[in-house]
Design a binder for this molecule. Structure first.
Ligand code: HEM
Length: 398
């Protein structure tokens, strides 16, 4: 079992703080669906503030910290200062973007004479820090060393860079004056799909392989990251309105889905065969991976179910990002500390995912309570308690 290099402890604490702020923002969104919010608070802006802080400061820095720690294990003179400068800049900008997304979303803000889309500008700067990190990583990455977790990290970073092209595309398109809803929506969902299926999932798989020291001999795994990367690039049409998707787009999205399913079935097989994934938290993560595979397998069938339906999309996104990715990160980064609290966090996340199923539009009537949104609102707050406890303990230990 491995842990992060001590140099990056503070970054991990800042990531947990970001999770807390973003999760609380998600809770406020649920409150806002039922009760009036103060002032000019707008649900769309609240959702932007929530999802961007989760992406910028919760998901990305811990994966990068683990990547730098693996490199440090192979290269004693790793320039930690350079990595830390990059990560602190990234997170500083992430925190700075939060109030602008919350108050204005992507709208322009008057600053003296100028009218500027501040949140979009800060997001652009954050993407530049991703390129900065990629440059540092490739400078220190020794090609000769073949370690499967590093292959996964190479793939993950490639996905992050490719996903950023979609995000730049949205900005360029916004200022081009051309109004084509398909194009703009396709670019946004391209970013979202490659970021979540490519960067976040490949990254966390890399962390799991490294932490568990997995070295399977029964199956040649060197290529296992490739279907996930290629699949993540192909599946975005599933997030578009069904009527806008042409047969060729649908075919390529299904090929992408098939590749992702193949990769995850093999990952799951290897994890189960290793017999290292014991205990409640790991078993829950394996079940969530199984549910992800099931969800995507059903989506590939020619039945009346379209993954872009709002309720299903929110359920699926949280199954992977809050479920698989966030539980794995709390489990692995806590490194034997707080094991009970990580279990409580896991239970709270399972409840959040279960509550999202109630409002997915696919919950059977007899299972759905009369006031589902009230229940979903209260449950949304639960993960904040164990995460806050872990952060407070870390801060008090110094
Ligand atoms: C306790 C934890 C969390 C809570 C309470 C929460 C809550 C919410 C809520 C209320 C929404 C808006 C739902 C809607 O539009 O109907 C949302 C959307 C979203 N959340 Fe979360 N969330 C949590 C964790 C996460 C995590 C860990 C991530 C990613 C790392 C994440 C990423 C997103 C994204 C990307 C969206 C926007 C989806 C879209 O494009 O519409 N959330 N979340």
């Amino acid at each position: 079992m491995k842990s992060i290099n001590n140099q990056y402890n503070r970054i991990w604490k800042l990531s947990i703080l970001s999770f807390l702020i973003a999760a609380f923002t998600g809770f406020i969104y649920r409150v806002g669906m039922l009760y009036p919010l103060p002032g000019s608070m707008d649900l769309v802006n609240i959702r932007h503030a929530h999802s961007h802080l989760m992406f910028f400061n919760w998901i990305s820095p811990p994966i990068m910290v683990w990547m730098a720690s693996v490199l440090a294990g192979q290269k004693r003179d790793l320039n930690h200062k350079a990595f830390k400068s990059c990560l602190y800049t990234m997170m500083g900008l992430g925190f700075l973007s939060y109030p602008f997304f919350l108050l204005y979303g992507y709208r322009s803000v008057s600053l003296g004479q100028a009218n500027l889309p501040i949140a979009a500008i800060i997001s652009g700067l954050i993407m530049i820090t991703w390129y900065w990190f990629a440059w540092l990583y490739y400078q220190h990455r020794k090609r000769k060393i073949s370690d499967f977790s590093l292959n996964l990290f190479d793939g993950a970073l490639t996905a992050l860079l490719i996903s950023s092209l979609g995000a730049w595309g949205v900005s360029v398109f916004q200022f081009s004056g051309i109004h084509n809803p398909l194009f703009s929506s396709a670019l946004t969902h391209f970013f979202l799909a490659v970021f979540t299926e490519g960067w976040a999932l490949l990254g966390v798989m890399g962390i799991i392989w490294n932490y568990m020291n997995l070295q399977p001999r029964s199956i040649q795994t060197g290529w296992l990251w490739q279907p996930l990367l290629i699949g993540s690039i192909l599946i975005f049409p599933f997030s578009l309105t069904q009527s806008l998707v042409t047969p060729i787009m649908l075919l390529s999205a299904k090929v992408g889905l098939g590749l992702i399913i193949l990769s995850f079935v093999l990952h799951l097989y290897i994890f189960l065969k290793s017999k290292k994934f014991t205990g409640f938290v790991w078993k829950t993560i394996l079940v969530l991976i199984g549910l992800k595979i099931l969800f995507q397998a059903v989506a590939a069938l020619p039945i009346d179910l379209w993954p872009a339906e709002h309720g299903l999309r929110i359920l699926y996104l949280h199954l992977i990002l809050l479920g698989i990715v966030s539980i794995s990160m709390f489990k692995i980064f806590s490194f034997r500390d707080h094991s009970i609290v990580v279990q409580i966090f896991t239970v709270s996340v399972v409840l959040v995912i279960g509550s999202l199923f109630l409002i997915s539009g696919y919950s059977p009537n007899r299972l759905t309570p009369d006031q589902p949104y009230q229940i979903v609102m209260y449950i949304a707050f639960l993960p904040v308690f164990p995460a806050a406890w872990i952060l407070l303990r870390k801060v008090s230990k110094g």
